[in-house]
Ligand binder design. Structure first.
Ligand SMILES: C[S@@+](CC[C@H](N)C(=O)[O-])C[C@H]1O[C@@H](n2cnc3c(N)ncnc32)[C@H](O)[C@@H]1O
Length: 252
């Protein structure tokens, strides 16, 4: 593990203590099973109808997993390098009797066997922590069964550029779309190094791993809004999220 990855993991372990401190609140949210966004439900509907075995990369608090099970998943294996997050997610899943298992592992390089997933689900603050998306995409393709699906719902790569000004959208003077990284200066992983990749690079990584792109969409709404912030950049004029769905060919 490199020094940057270790520092990021430590920042996430600190941030994930929130999952422990707010255990009961998150348990109630997991019980409700409502964490999936409407666009996720719509796009994943046909796959979830087949009762897939899911691998959730960077599973965090695991609330998405409770929602995926409620929407039809047979099982979910979550992988995250944060031992604090993994332990809290496992405890919640056990308490609710969910078919979810959580594994501590650094990504890419998930400690899971080839062809173990009908659906690899990830996003909502995941890709920015990965230094090499081409290696990540190959790891995803390896885990998918033939015919299996990769689904990503993620912050748009342009998001690091937007200020949180309330009056009108502005571009931060210290950021660039084609930069390779920047330091996170907001909750929850303040001080951690976030990686940057353009939308073209993300899509190309997926294609180069041999997956077939079936869907790509951009959205004006962010997937997450910190409680007391109402940024003008989130009011419909700029991209703040994207979704991607790709499939591993049946005959490879
Ligand atoms: C913003 S959270 C998103 C997780 C999930 N979507 C959620 O909503 O809770 C990012 C997660 O990625 C994990 N993470 C970051 N870098 C990682 C890496 N290289 N390998 C494995 N997990 C990583 C962190 O521990 C954290 O739980």
């Amino acid at each position: 593990m490199s020094d940057v990855v270790r520092a990021n993991r430590d920042a996430w372990d600190d941030a994930s203590l929130k999952h422990v401190h707010e255990y009961d609140e998150l348990l109630a949210e997991a019980r409700a099973g409502t964490a999936l966004l409407p666009a996720e439900r719509q796009l994943l509907g046909p796959v979830l109808a087949t009762a897939p075995e899911i691998v959730h990369l960077q599973s965090g608090h695991g609330l998405d997993d409770a929602a995926l099970v409620r929407a039809g998943a047979r099982s979910v294996v979550g992988v995250d390098f944060g031992a604090v997050a993994v332990a809290a997610a496992q405890r919640r899943a056990n308490e609710l009797g969910l078919p979810c298992r959580y594994v501590v592992g650094q990504l890419p390089g998930a400690p899971l066997r080839d062809g173990c997933a009908d659906l690899v689900y990830t996003g909502k603050g995941a890709l920015i922590w990965l230094p090499d998306l081409r290696v990540w995409a190959r790891d995803v393709a390896r885990m998918l069964r033939p015919g299996g699906t990769l689904f990503v719902y993620e912050a748009h790569p342009a998001v690091p550029l937007w200020t949180w000004d309330a009056d009108e959208p502005r571009i931060r003077a210290d950021r660039g779309y084609f930069e390779r990284s920047h330091v996170n200066d907001t909750f929850p992983a303040r001080g951690a190094v976030e990686r940057q990749a353009t939308l073209g690079e993300i899509v190309t990584a997926v294609l180069e791993a041999g997956l077939e792109l079936r869907h790509l969409a951009e959205y004006p709404d962010p997937f997450w809004r910190p409680g007391d912030v109402d940024a003008a950049a989130w009011r419909g004029r700029l991209p703040n999220a994207f979704s991607l769905l790709a499939v591993r060919h049946r005959y490879c």
